[in-house]
Design a protein around this ligand. Structure first.
Ligand SMILES: Nc1ncnc2c1ncn2[C@@H]1O[C@H](COP(=O)(O)OP(=O)(O)OP(=O)(O)O)[C@@H](O)[C@H]1O
Ligand SMILES: [Mg+2]
Length: 407
């Protein structure tokens, strides 16, 4: 009999680049999803309660760029799928209408529903109503490109009033889910890009389903400006959703995000190296992945040392300046750049819009269009009336490195 021996030699562990476990990216699942267990559990409880006809508020996750909203939303969706929930995932791009993105998402989710003889007819009817809905809104929202090989079923969800029709459409889907003892849940990422009137219609439609005790809900994620945008539909929204701020990880979780993936390969970090990474990244998940990846690359052997981590800080910042920060900077007009540079001059924020204007020798009113286009682009948000802050963590440092202060 052959005996295989596995031994880990701590004095010399090869930092194989093929095994580098870190996963910086947009929506890229991390090797260790640190510090989000409570939220995941709370989402699962919510869905079970809704399935059983009990009152429950689902979650709207909001926070800055790169804090892990998308991966958390996807994780909640995966768990929901396993539990048999009808999941309708969609991402709201800038400048697209809600019906245009919702229709194909609803269709493909319907296609995935298990088609027993009993459900087949129901699904056909819903598809027919989707077609009627699309027809009713094609003129108003000219970005709708939707068709099914079915005659539109007229009379439901095609009055041309978005609030009403969305309510009826979700109602149809909800009844179908109810008959199948499950829940229908939308999962919408980047919800802040849905125009305010359409967002209000969606919330009202969900509220109607809720009043009819239909198992229909929505989990969503977006930038902090989402809170203000939901203001219009506020009284409904507060009854339907819990707004959960997603932020940087607490220190224990930041450490876990760095060390746990390495431990699986027998790679360790010196304590001071972890301290350096936690301090430099301020616990922001995306940055933790970047720093982890660079540290692994730079280190010759385990344990990863303070010097390795410091070199990783330099390499990571240089790379972010060329990519993560740079692509966002390149989307700004010259006056938006000047505005952001003045914000950076004041520190990491939030700042009073008045202070930014003063620094630029301008009136607050004359800068208002620049300020609001920055918010619309998702580059800044207003945490409180008259305040302004960056949506990208550590962007103040980048602005200072890349641009001189000018008036
Ligand atoms: N809890 C976590 N622990 C460790 N790493 C994480 C965690 N959450 C997210 N990450 C990592 O952070 C990065 C950003 O995650 P994600 O794309 O979900 O952020 P986001 O908040 O959706 O950002 P954006 O606003 O730009 O869309 C990814 O590389 C992901 O692997
Ligand atoms: Mg995201």
């Amino acid at each position: 009999m052959m005996i295989y021996e596995f031994s880990i030699n701590h004095s010399k562990i090869d930092m194989d680049p093929r095994k580098n476990p870190y996963a910086p990216g947009a929506g890229t699942p991390p090797p260790e999803l640190a510090g989000r267990d409570e939220l995941i559990e709370s989402a699962s409880i919510t869905l079970d309660r809704i399935r059983n006809g009990l009152a429950a508020r689902s979650l709207i996750l909001y926070g800055l760029r790169g804090v892990g909203k998308t991966v958390l939303l996807n994780r909640i969706k995966l768990d929901a799928e396993v539990a048999g929930v009808y999941c309708v995932p969609l991402e709201a791009p800038e400048e697209r209408s809600l019906p245009a993105i919702l229709l194909p998402a609803l269709r493909s989710s319907l296609m995935r529903v298990n088609r027993t003889q009993a459900t087949k007819e129901g699904i056909k009817r819903i598809l027919g109503s989707l077609a009627a809905f699309a027809k009713a809104f094609k003129v108003k929202y000219d970005d709708i490109e939707f068709s099914v090989d079915l005659e539109p079923i007229e009379g439901i969800a095609d009055s041309g009033d978005l609030e009403n029709d969305l309510g009826e459409l979700l109602g149809l889907l909800g009844r179908h889910a109810q008959q199948n003892k499950t829940v229908l849940s939308l999962f919408i990422d980047e919800l802040q890009y849905v125009a305010e009137d359409q967002l209000a219609a969606l919330i009202t439609a969900l509220h109607r389903c809720n009043q009819q005790q239909l198992p229909v809900t929505m989990f969503a994620a977006g930038l902090p400006q989402l809170l203000g945008q939901l203001g219009k539909a506020k009284s409904y929204a507060e009854r339907l959703f819990e707004f959960k701020p997603i932020g940087p990880l607490e220190e224990v979780y930041s450490r876990a995000a760095i060390t746990v993936p390495a431990e699986k390969y027998g790679v360790e970090y010196q304590e001071e190296a972890i301290d350096e990474i936690v301090a430099a990244t301020e616990g922001y998940p995306y940055f933790l992945q970047e720093w982890g990846q660079h540290s692994w690359r730079i280190a010759d052997e385990s344990p990863i040392t303070l010097a390795d981590a410091q070199a990783a800080t330099q390499a990571a910042i240089a790379q972010l300046d060329e990519s993560f920060f740079r692509v966002r900077f390149d989307r700004l007009t010259p006056s938006e750049k000047r505005y952001m540079r003045a914000m950076a001059e004041l520190g990491d924020g939030p700042h009073r819009s008045g202070d930014v204007a003063e620094l630029l020798d301008r009136k607050v009113t004359s800068l208002a269009p620049t300020r609001s286009s920055l918010i619309k682009k998702g580059m800044a948000y207003s945490p409180a009336h008259g305040d302004i802050a960056f949506t990208v963590p550590l962007f103040d440092g980048f602005m200072k490195r890349v641009m001189l202060m000018e008036k």
